[in-house]
Write a protein of this length. Structure first.
Length: 365
């Protein structure tokens, strides 16, 4: 959906509010066109319990002492600043898009008639998107089984946060800084794995989930085994990047997924990590999950990704892709509709020419 469409939605925020919902390349959304720049005019609304929507107030909070020392943060201190505004805008986005319908007008080349499809507005918090993502992990699992269940080395990457230990080491990172550092450090580590540690191209699949605080961490499944010295080098590099500590920043699981292990479905094993932060209803999210998802939405961070080879494996099958031709796209809600894209005159003429050629070929036969 274009920025222009969202600007003209009835009852929406002012035009200087931008929305970002489409995942992009790698961890960041390289194609994100929208971003929250100003929230003037978008007031926080009280919840039935009297708490302010978007702050996480009124939701159960775990005791700080329940967290390991290296994950203790100041997240449980009431924050009515930037994070709360992000959460409020995220909630409003979900409420608004939940009312929208995507209207596609296509031409059916087989039946030779115009068809109109009314689809739910799609974003990553939509149930249909979750189902599509699960289908992609099914694809990965099928490939893994077909390959004879090759060993998968499991790596968890965690950044410093804003607790006392993190402030002593690096001055502490905000949740936004943590997302960015996780992205850039993983990119550098991936390059070093290929060039200096494994010394070969390698396939991988990663998923991102939130800590209890809402800070992100990555679970990476690397196809193949790493020797002890390679694991130590990986941990050292993560520490050198000042992303996380040597002890807790890059952690390898003792067990690995292979034909001798107990895990029979690697795709589902990895999807469970994604599912922890893959909530749909904000009312069911903990305060940390709200912070996490609000940042995903605001900056367009991806929640999972894979190497080029694995991405091809996880590609969903497209059916009847050559049967239909695009004519028009719009969005609508009760009492309102608009068109945001339409086929050009040249594209429509190309459809007519194609139909004429099909008629000619049929008569020739």
């Amino acid at each position: 959906m274009t920025r222009k469409v969202l600007q003209h939605l009835p009852g929406s925020c002012p035009a200087d509010v931008r929305f970002a919902d489409a995942p992009g390349l790698d961890i960041s959304n390289h194609s994100r066109p929208w971003k929250v720049k100003n929230v003037a005019g978008c007031e926080l609304q009280p919840s039935p319990e009297g708490a302010v929507v978007g702050t996480g107030e009124g939701l159960p909070r775990p005791a700080p002492g329940d967290l390991p020392w290296h994950l203790k943060t100041n997240w449980d201190k009431r924050d009515l600043g930037r994070n709360s505004r992000d959460i409020a805008m995220f909630r409003e986005y979900l409420e608004l898009t939940g009312k929208l319908t995507l209207d596609l007008t296509l031409y059916d080349m087989e039946k030779r008639e115009t068809v109109v499809l009314h689809l739910p507005y799609m974003h990553r918090w939509n149930p249909q998107y979750r189902n599509q993502t699960l289908a992609r992990f099914y694809k990965f699992n099928e490939w893994w089984l077909e390959q004879g269940r090759p060993p998968l080395t499991l790596l968890t990457l965690t950044t410093y946060q804003d607790g006392e230990h993190s402030r002593e080491q690096v001055g502490g990172y905000t949740i936004e800084e943590s997302f960015e550092i996780l992205k850039t450090s993983w990119e550098k580590l991936r390059h070093m794995l290929r060039k200096r540690i494994l010394c070969r191209p390698f396939d991988y699949l990663w998923t991102m989930e939130p800590h209890e605080s809402g800070y992100p961490h990555l679970h990476v499944a690397i196809v193949g085994e790493l020797e002890d010295w390679q694991k130590k080098k990986t941990k050292t590099l993560w520490n050198d990047y000042r992303a996380g500590s040597y002890e807790h920043g890059a952690q390898f699981e003792d067990s690995k997924l292979d034909a001798k292990g107990d895990i029979k479905n690697a795709g589902f094993y990895l999807f469970k990590y994604l599912g922890k932060g893959f909530c749909i209803d904000p009312e069911q999210m903990s305060p940390g999950e709200l912070r996490f998802n609000a940042q995903l939405w605001k900056h367009g961070w991806r929640q999972w990704g894979a190497s080029r080879g694995i991405s091809k494996v996880m590609k969903l099958d497209s059916q009847d892709s050559d049967r239909f031709r695009f004519l028009e796209a719009g969005v609508s809600m009760t009492g309102w509709e608009t068109t945001f894209r339409e086929a050009t005159a040249e594209q429509k003429q190309a459809i007519r020419d194609e139909l004429e050629q099909m008629r000619h070929n049929y008569e020739f036969l």
